[in-house]
Design a protein around this ligand. Sequence first.
Ligand SMILES: NC(=O)c1ccc[n+]([C@@H]2O[C@H](COP(=O)([O-])OP(=O)(O)OC[C@H]3O[C@@H](n4cnc5c(N)ncnc54)[C@H](O)[C@@H]3O)[C@@H](O)[C@H]2O)c1
Length: 349
Amino acid sequence: MKILMVGAGGQGKGHSARYQQMPGVEVVAAVDVQAELLAAFAKEYKIPNTFSSVEEAIAWGQFDAVSNVTPDRFHYPTTLPLLAAGKHVLCEKPLATNAADAVKMAEAAAKAGVVNAVNFSYRSGGAMQKAAELVRSGLIGEVRFFEASYLQSWLHQPAWGEWTTTPQWLWRLSSAHGSKGALGDVGVHIVDFATYVMDLPVADVSCRFALHNKAPGNKIGEYVLDANDSATMQVSLANGALGTISQTRVASGHLNDLRLKAYGTKGALEVSTSGELGTLTACLEADLEKPKWQSIEVAPVTDNQARFIAAIRGEDGPRAPDFARGAEIQKVLDAAEESAAQRGITINL
Ligand SMILES: NC(=O)c1ccc[n+]([C@@H]2O[C@H](COP(=O)([O-])OP(=O)(O)OC[C@H]3O[C@@H](n4cnc5c(N)ncnc54)[C@H](O)[C@@H]3O)[C@@H](O)[C@H]2O)c1
């Protein structure tokens, strides 16, 4: 299996290292618009071919599948030609920067008949998958209420680098650079996480944003810092369940923590993760009156990249979320953005 890496930044490294662990999978080429960075990346990961555009790579053509790990606003324009060329594509999240583009990508992928996947990477957590399985088995009955959050704090501390001087973080703060803020960057994960575990689509959403002044004139160099730092949503699910979904970059004390508490008619469960296996606890019928929460054992599961490769090979097994799912989540984000622009009015999906 010959892979083309489109984007040689942080995720380019992560995806390349992961493919290189897989038998029979080879990263044969990489594309980036930054020549020096691309050369260093190709050297580090021993990638023999490099190109400055997707079009050049397509003209060369000697690859089967692609990881698109460019910044959000480039997913749409760089993925469409790859699909038209008949290549399988695993695209980073968010699939696009708006639902209309995400739907076009899902339609193009279906038309091309290729394997398509969105890297909602927290699907790789054993606790999340076990929680999804238990909800589907009826263990907690019908979900009636929920609380979900994705907490980061990189605006308050430099664990992942100093954001004021690092393009990788600055583009995430600027709408002109295609960012939809905390909502688009990590909200996309927690909306997928929560609705996948609870197995219910969103019916309507009301959302508020917060944006803090972080630099003189809220601008650093070419980056106008106008994308939301925090977003809170009130969400109704298709069965009438109500809940909150919060996402932020200012939760001091949390580097990268996702959590869902789902309350059902027969019990409740709490799943949380910082990106690894995660933990799962439940309070079930016999324990509801006490109330006593017990740990549930969880096991590792395969990640999206392994699922993507298995799907291309036609092997049985669980699948990664596809572009249609990416577009479904994007519709929730668009509705949240529309709501926030009107100070939290309810938008129906
Ligand atoms: N699934 C996850 O958990 C997760 C985690 C981090 C980032 N991401 C996503 O991965 C994507 C990349 O994030 P990152 O942190 O690696 O960003 P980054 O800024 O570190 O790297 C992006 C790279 O893409 C290159 N690029 C820009 N335009 C290009 C084009 N047209 N063609 C080819 N290359 C181009 C840039 O020069 C840069 O080297 C984003 O969409 C982000 O949201 C996902």
